[in-house]
Design a protein around this ligand. Sequence first.
Ligand code: OFO
Length: 174
Amino acid sequence: MTKRGLSERMQLALNAQIKAEFDSAYLYLALAAEMESRNLKGFAHWLRRQWEEELIHGLKLYDFLLQRDANVDLHALDKPKVDSTQSALEIFTQVLQHEQYITARIHELYALSQEEKDYASQTLLQWFVDEQVEEEDSAREIMENLRLVGGEGASLFLLDRELSQRPAVGADDE
Ligand code: OFO
């Protein structure tokens, strides 16, 4: 531990996770634009809500670092990978894989907080552990629905309409 109460290792790791959350936000924003261009406005809406949620995740870590009197060191973001030849099903498979990657990162951070007996970080990271269960579950549900409807026709239209109902972040799904 440094005199600030947060180890250098933990500071570096949490700053890297801020980047990962904002990378996620950027990915969702890019995918929202892609779906909008296909006139799948419900999908675009859902992805844009997800963008907002990722910003909140990044800010949670940012605020935590400030509260612990640690350094916030913002990194450059990655260019999101969007392939306009992919089907909606392939895009949501990508979304699920991305969330699984984020989950693995969060679990590593949690293990680090345990190793360092950093109980405050551990409590914060427990929130992220739980959140990732939801993140994967919602991505998986949309992916499975797309698989069921075959990703086209009237069923795709109905699914698109359903996704347009996703409430504002903070309303009930933060
Ligand atoms: Fe921040 O949960 Fe998705 O990436």
